[in-house]
Design a protein around this ligand. Structure first.
Ligand code: PEP
Ligand code: MN
Length: 350
């Protein structure tokens, strides 16, 4: 499923021309921002109800479906009246349970698909809460949009993908369709294909991508929009991989590799168990010699040397560091149990 259209509906001509171009590329569901949540005031904030008339007009002329963002009960009411087919809740609304509840209350008794973008902050519970609120009023056609998350870390992305969050959502609710919004993740058009392909490789159900007849002169999100023609090229370049294959060679080889993985995981756990029994021995030894558990120099040495060893074995430093944080917490916890009869407090052990 591909949804595409301009970040904002700027004029009737811009909307019609863009959607006509997209329809020529085989796109059947359009998107357009009618009310735009802008970070700073005095920017273009959408044409509101006027633009909904253009949506109705384009729907009629091109025989396409339309999705729009709603952020309050009035938006819901006007969009339903205009015959909008799909509603979505934007990232800035999903963060606010009051807003989501108001939207939910306006949707009571309505049968329309609702897509919920992830909240701006990487908080799965907040995203889940929004689904629960909308589902509680009887909306059953729900879908998720992964549009990335704000981050303090420097990144090539406008909003870091943090794939583990949508993956966790999908593993909790396998039936929930999930779309990726590479436009708002990337913030620039160069990275769109990569992120879209990655989403499909992770078995996403579709994409929502911004497209504009004249991207560089768009009134919002100019650098991430692409022409309908380019959108068509991106879609055609994407490879849809099968979840599995009937080919018996493929199945045999996969089976064999999985057996090797199982064996390797056994080795890992045996090594960890061996390490833990050494940790216990050290704990006893420190206890009988009245020495503290936590020894900064040793910890620093461990992190430094393990990262070096890992690098030499082609394991990323980040991975080794994360792994040793967990190993270290578990080791300190075990030693604390040995040293004292007071239950260990792991929250202070890292
Ligand atoms: C949009 O889709 O144009 C938009 C405002 O997105 P988000 O809510 O993801 O910021
Ligand atoms: Mn946008």
């Amino acid at each position: 499923m591909i949804i595409s259209g301009p970040c904002s509906a700027e004029s009737e001509e811009q909307l019609l021309e863009t959607c006509q171009g997209l329809k020529n590329e085989g796109i059947e569901i359009m998107r357009a921002g009618i009310w735009k949540p802008r970070t700073r005031p005095n920017n273009f904030e959408g044409h509101g109800a006027t633009a909904l008339d253009w949506v109705a007009q384009v729907k009629k002329e091109l025989n396409v479906k339309f999705a729009v963002e709603v952020a309050n009960p009035q938006h819901v009411e006007l969009s339903l009246k205009a015959g909008v087919d799909i509603l979505w809740i934007g990232a800035r609304s999903t963060v606010n349970p009051f807003t989501v509840q108001e939207i939910a209350d306006a949707l009571r008794g309505v049968d329309i698909p609702v897509l919920i973008k992830n909240p701006i902050n990487p908080d799965l519970a907040l995203w889940l809460g929004a689904f629960e609120r909308i589902n509680n009023v009887g909306i059953t056609k729900l879908g998720a949009i992964h549009r990335g998350f704000s981050s303090l870390q420097e990144s090539q992305y406008r909003n870091v993908p943090a794939w583990r969050i949508p993956i966790e959502l999908k593993s909790k609710f396998p039936e929930l369709p999930i779309l990726c919004d590479p436009s708002h993740i990337c913030g620039n058009r160069e990275l769109l294909l990569d992120i879209s392909q990655k989403a499909l490789d992770l078995n996403y159900d579709g994409l929502i991508i911004e497209s504009h007849r004249d991207p560089d002169n768009a009134w919002s999100d100019a650098s991430q929009q692409v022409t309908p023609k380019r959108l068509g090229e991106i879609v055609r370049a994407l490879k849809i991989k099968a979840m599995t294959s009937d080919n018996s060679d493929f199945i045999n080889i996969l089976e064999e590799l999985r057996e090797q993985i199982d064996e390797s995981d056994r080795d890992i756990l045996e090594s960890l168990a061996r390490r833990m029994s050494l940790v216990e021995k050290i704990g006893e030894y420190k206890k009988s010699n009245d020495v503290t558990i936590f020894q900064v120099n040793r910890i620093n040495d461990i992190f430094k040397s393990r990262k070096e060893w890992g690098s030499a074995m082609n394991l990323s430093e980040d991975f080794v560091e994360e792994l040793y944080k967990i190993v270290h917490i578990a080791s300190v916890k075990r030693q604390t149990e040995i040293m004292s009869s007071i239950p260990a407090d792991t929250s202070t052990s890292d």
